[in-house]
Design a protein around this ligand. Structure first.
Ligand SMILES: [Zn+2]
Length: 299
């Protein structure tokens, strides 16, 4: 089974400092200086796990397993006033291919909406990193072509509709399965092709990204054969599937992931939690760009 652990060197460091100050000063603790905090943090810093998931912004994540690096919905220009953009420093490192964003193998696009995909930065990324394979629905690739995508780019494009059988694609060494699940929002976004990927990162790690999957259970239930065809170790799901029992049925009864991380979380988390009551209390959410989960598989 998959276990996700947070890396929290700051809290460990602060505890150490408080303990040190209490011992050194008896009952009259003084606050540690910034330099002291940083010194302890550096000593307490744990190396990044070799198998991890790293949050970029909105539904953007990077999954790393040793030398394998996969990006999902990493480059987009729209936050629509409520979603987390990828911070400038992370985006610059992505574009430059500096660690930990070096050696990316595959870039996945869930769908052609501005809070998941923008043609210009994706095109610039592909031009700067020609070894990266792009896997995307035709709707996104058409926008890349309009922006000047060259014929020799390494693109795997597909035109898939809800209820179609799954596709199996090969992106270099990485096997990918794809189905199309309707976008949330009903008829307003019915024309948008929203892809769900199941990526075989390793023999014991399959990662799913749901894009902007619908809040309705029926279209997800209709793909039961797909969900059951492999073990779903980790799913990145839009937070809205955690809202109540009706929506959780998609996860709990149909997809049945071993582990789930909520993404697409509004930056105003306090208001969201008011709306959702206690529904998010026990849920793992990605909210801080750069945060990392250790993906250690325990059978
Ligand atoms: Zn969308």
């Amino acid at each position: 089974m998959l276990r996700c652990e947070r890396s929290e060197p700051r809290s460990i460091g602060l505890l150490l400092i408080v303990a040190f100050v209490l011992v050194a000063c008896g009952t009259a603790p003084t606050l540690p200086s910034q330099a002291e905090i940083e010194a302890v943090e550096q000593r307490a810093a744990v190396p990044t796990p070799t198998r991890n998931a790293r949050y970029l912004g909105n539904a953007g994540v990077m999954v790393t397993d040793g030398e394998t690096k996969l990006l999902f919905d990493p480059l987009f220009d729209e936050g629509y006033g409520q979603y987390q953009l990828v911070p400038d420093d992370i985006r610059a490192a992505l574009m430059a291919g500096t660690a930990p964003y070096d050696g990316v193998d595959v870039l996945f696009i869930s769908h052609a909406h501005g809070d998941h995909f923008s043609a210009e930065p994706v095109l610039a990324f592909l031009q700067a990193h020609p070894q990266v394979k792009l896997v995307a629905p035709v709707q996104a690739v058409e926008k890349l072509e309009a922006a000047g995508l060259s014929d020799n780019a390494d693109i795997i494009a597909f035109d898939q509709s809800p209820n179609d059988a799954s596709l199996t694609l090969q992106a270099g060494a990485i096997t990918v399965e794809a189905i199309t699940i309707p976008h949330s929002g009903g008829t307003r976004f019915a024309h948008i092709r929203n892809t769900v990927y199941r990526v075989h990162v390793a023999d014991d790690l399959r990662v799913l990204h749901l894009g902007d999957a619908t809040t309705e259970t029926a279209p997800i239930a209709r793909q039961q054969q797909f969900w059951d065809a492999a073990e779903n170790n980790l799913v990145f799901t839009p937070y809205w599937l955690f809202k109540n029992d009706q929506r959780r049925a998609a996860l709990d009864l149909h997809i049945k992931p071993r582990s789930a991380i909520g993404v697409h979380v509004p930056t105003d988390l306090a208001t969201l939690k008011q709306r959702y009551g206690t529904a998010l209390d026990e849920v793992d959410l990605f909210t801080k760009p750069g945060e990392v989960r250790d993906l250690a598989v325990v059978e």
